[in-house]
Write a protein that binds this ligand. Structure first.
Ligand code: AMP
Length: 290
């Protein structure tokens, strides 16, 4: 049975013990309200490491908006059951003041990764990535994980964490895992629970736009044409407020302008439906124009 740990001191004791035994630790960091996307990360950790550990922490530092933090779904019992079903040994589920003793006052120390966080979610959610980078650093150090598992769903976050681990030479391998989708194509997200059936149907324009864009990239269309097509698909969905739709370089998220055949890119899209911010992305490779 998965045990639940609520203090950093107990978590450190547990992980130090595991490391002393020579076990490799796979870590999955989450904000709870776990779904099949999280389950895929837990499964990957269980398969590739001796021990799988998880964290469930709705990190207040990464929410710009107090109402969004308040509304974030919380379901610790179900989350622990999911971790148990996926073979996790223990879950760290701390209160906010355990992680950030001065909370709700700000914490003086913060981790900032420049460049890759400047645009897209970084632009739309000021301070968000600093909150993520800071909590990820703290949890990685406290856990001594050999591998940490992140979903490609949050592609910009994954790129930022790779950069962070590399720049600080953290002794951890960052593993990216594919996006898990609903049967209709919507990327699973804890936030989807806040959508009505109509909102869910509207949100499907995001994966639809990615599908259209992928086909255009494969057919060797120009970057402008690909981005315009994503905007067009989004415009057909009443109730979707598009935040961005872009073709970017997959490691740096710098804009791509030339559609050189064979060039691998990432398609990023985000929008707001019924007050819920949704993000999605897909890989694509430019083909030769036919
Ligand atoms: P969150 O609880 O939303 O902070 O997500 C925790 C981890 O689960 C992050 O690494 C996410 O990228 C990953 N994740 C969330 N949704 C999905 C999904 N649909 N497919 C794969 N990974 C996901």
């Amino acid at each position: 049975m998965t045990s639940v740990v609520t203090t950093l001191a107990a978590w450190r004791a547990l992980t130090a013990d595991l490391v002393a035994q020579g076990a490799t630790i796979g870590l999955t960091m989450t904000m709870g309200a776990l779904h099949e996307g999280h389950a895929s990360l837990l499964a990957a950790a269980r398969t590739s490491c001796d021990v799988s550990l998880a964290t469930v922490f709705v990190n207040p530092l990464q929410f710009g908006d107090a109402a969004d933090l308040e509304r974030y779904p919380r379901s610790l019992d179900a989350d622990v059951a999911m971790c148990d079903a996926q073979g996790a040994l223990a879950v760290l589920a701390p209160e906010a003041h355990e992680m950030w003793p001065s909370w709700p006052a700000s914490t003086p120390t913060s981790v900032h990764v420049a460049g890759v966080t400047d645009r897209f979610e970084g632009e739309g959610r000021p301070g968000h990535f600093d909150g993520v980078a800071t909590v990820v650093t703290k949890l990685l150090v406290a856990t001594q994980a050999s591998r940490a598992f992140f979903g490609e769903k949050d592609f910009q976050q994954l790129c930022m964490v790779r950069r962070l681990a590399s720049d600080l030479a953290l002794p951890v391998e960052i593993v990216g895992c594919p996006i898990v989708r609903d049967h209709d194509g919507l990327a699973l997200s804890s936030r989807n629970a806040r959508l009505t059936a109509t909102g869910h149907a509207t949100a499907l324009a995001l994966p639809r736009a990615l599908g259209v864009a992928s086909a255009l990239v494969a057919a060797g269309a120009t970057v402008d044409a690909v981005e315009a097509a994503m905007h067009e698909v989004a415009a057909t969905a009443t109730g979707l407020d598009l935040a961005y739709a872009a073709v970017v370089e997959p490691a740096t998220l710098e804009p791509v302008r030339d559609a050189t055949p064979g060039r691998a890119v990432r398609l990023l899209i985000a929008g707001i439906v019924e007050g819920v911010r949704l993000i999605d992305n897909a890989p694509a490779t430019f083909g030769r124009q036919r």
